[in-house]
Design a protein around this ligand. Structure first.
Ligand SMILES: Nc1nc2c(ncn2[C@@H]2O[C@H](COP(=O)(O)OP(=O)(O)O)[C@@H](O)[C@H]2O)c(=O)[nH]1
Ligand SMILES: [Mg+2]
Length: 482
């Protein structure tokens, strides 16, 4: 998502890089390309026009700041304007009020309403410590009830046993009664959709909303980001017909061009509150316009990365790894844990994009999927290793090697290859650990020995534990284990 836009913006900025001052003439080409890029990303044309005008006005009006070049200044203005059209700060729904908060989830068919209902329930339960009741009220597609029940079970949240022969309004009212008995804080009602906006659907949703009006319900509209301007138009129609209090952009993990995210707030006036980023229940993010603007501009999103790490990484795992690391020990188990930590944060590409400046580099590298496939293969090999082997791979000789190859469905060469790579990693980790103790990174000129340590040019690199090993023709790490 946004890859294309990021790339085109980066190209557009080239025109003003190195200029000493932004002027009417030298900004023209940049603005023209920014405009084209936005239109191609399917951003609403009125939003584009307003955006480009605002950026132009600010760039020309801006005083030259010493030490900041006009290119950087321009990117900052772009960032601020992008964040502004998407809505400035994150506005999550307010649940800190007395009584039960009903949340109606609305939208067309297949947009991701049922999936989002489950994700929101999990988010409110785990992050906000709310007691949630999920309510299937899609009387149009009976299978939707079973779908929601399955999700509810998966995330361990109560699901109301709705009678689908009733009007959704009746279902909602009965569910609220039940929620009161169960002392719930939040009731999430998953409603029916249609293929297209129609009078009947709007009438039905309006009735449900009216019945709950006394409780001040939230109405969250789920819009599929892949449908671009269509999502914007449908949201506008829903808002005008029933009154929507927040928008959820779904399928943001797809290769949607970004038009919906960049226009929907501005066109409808309704804030985007959440972004749905995949089919798993934990794939839900709060919508942060400023962070998204940074991602679009390749400025990275370190805040989100840190948050993700805090949420997903098991502290005791990290601690035990750190202890091993300090001892200069690195086992296959540690390696597996590291890979799992990486995976829990998302795909390699998605993590790297959060690091400032990596977006552009990724575009040059192209596809990272071979590296991800390699990681998967390593995991399969490790899963065929016994604990003893994981703690000390050196016990793996011929017969064990055969068994691991067979068990993991790999060739013996593939297993050897993995062990060879692991040995390199072990040595590197050992080297890092000794450097932390003041030993210097082995084999790396300039990063080597600290003061008081002399090394002859061309001398064998320093290895973990201070031992000198023979230099081999295969570079500083020596030959592979096999
Ligand atoms: N990739 C991706 N797929 C999603 C997302 N949200 C929903 N889906 C998929 O889209 C399809 C329709 O979702 P569903 O929740 O049943 O839509 P509903 O008809 O609006 O309730 C399902 O196959 C979901 O797995 C998302 O954020 N990313
Ligand atoms: Mg559904």
């Amino acid at each position: 998502m946004f890859d294309n836009l990021s790339e085109k913006f980066a190209n557009a900025f080239k025109y003003i890089q190195g200029k000493s001052k932004i002027s009417e003439e030298n900004i023209e080409e940049t603005l023209r390309d920014v405009r084209t890029a936005l239109l191609e990303a399917d951003v609403n044309f009125k939003v584009v026009k307003e955006f480009v005008n605002a950026v132009k006005e600010k760039s020309l009006g801006e005083k030259v700041i010493k030490g900041v070049n006009p290119g950087e200044q321009f990117v900052k203005i772009m960032h601020d304007e992008l964040a502004r059209i998407m809505g400035d700060a994150n506005e999550e729904i307010n649940l800190d009020r007395p009584g039960i908060v009903p949340i109606l989830v609305v939208g067309l068919n297949g947009q991701g309403k049922t999936t989002f209902s489950g994700k929101l329930a999990l988010h409110l339960k785990s992050k906000k410590k709310k007691d949630v009741l999920l309510v299937p009220a899609d009387t149009f597609r009976p299978a939707a009830k079973a779908q929601l029940q399955t999700l509810a079970k998966q995330i361990d949240v109560d699901c109301f046993d709705s009678d689908l022969s009733l009007h959704p309004k009746e279902i909602a009212l009965k569910a609220i009664e039940e929620a009161k008995k169960l002392h719930k804080n939040v009731v999430i009602i998953d409603t029916a959709g249609r293929l297209h906006v129609d009078e009947e659907l709007m009438g039905q949703l309006k009735e449900v909303k009216n019945a709950l009006e006394y409780m001040n319900p939230e109405v969250l509209m789920v819009a599929d980001a892949m449908t671009g301007q269509e999502a914007v138009n449908v949201s506008k129609t829903f808002h005008e017909a029933i009154g929507v209090t927040g928008i959820v952009l779904s399928k943001m993990d797809s290769d949607a061009k970004g038009g919906a995210a960049l226009s929907i707030r501005h066109v409808t006036g309704v804030p985007i509150r959440y972004v749905s980023m995949g089919e798993k229940m934990k794939d839900l993010e709060l919508f942060h316009p400023d962070r998204l603007a940074k991602r679009i501009l390749d400025m990275g999103d370190v805040l989100s990365l840190v948050e993700k790490a805090q949420e997903n990484i098991n502290e005791s795992d990290a601690e035990s790894m750190m202890k091993n690391f300090q001892k200069g020990k690195f086992t296959v188990t540690d390696f597996l844990k590291q890979m799992e930590m990486m995976n829990s944060l998302g795909s390699m590409t998605s993590i790297l994009k959060m690091i400032p400046g990596m977006g552009g580099m990724l575009r040059q590298i192209g596809d990272l999927s071979p590296a991800e496939a390699e990681m998967k293969r390593m995991k399969v090999i490790i899963s065929s290793m016994t604990q003893e082997e994981r703690d000390n791979y050196k016990v793996i000789k011929e017969s064990r090697l055969k068994r691991i190859a067979r068990g993991s469905g790999n060739s013996e060469d593939a297993v050897k290859d993995f062990l060879g790579k692991f040995k390199q990693m072990e040595q590197m980790m050992g080297g890092l650990a000794s450097m932390m103790k003041g030993g210097g990174i082995p084999g790396m000129p300039g990063m080597g020995p600290q003061k008081g340590f002399r090394q002859e040019p061309g001398a064998a690199p320093q290895f973990p534990g201070g031992k000198q090993k023979k230099k081999s023709s295969k570079g500083p790490w020596g030959k592979g284990y096999f």
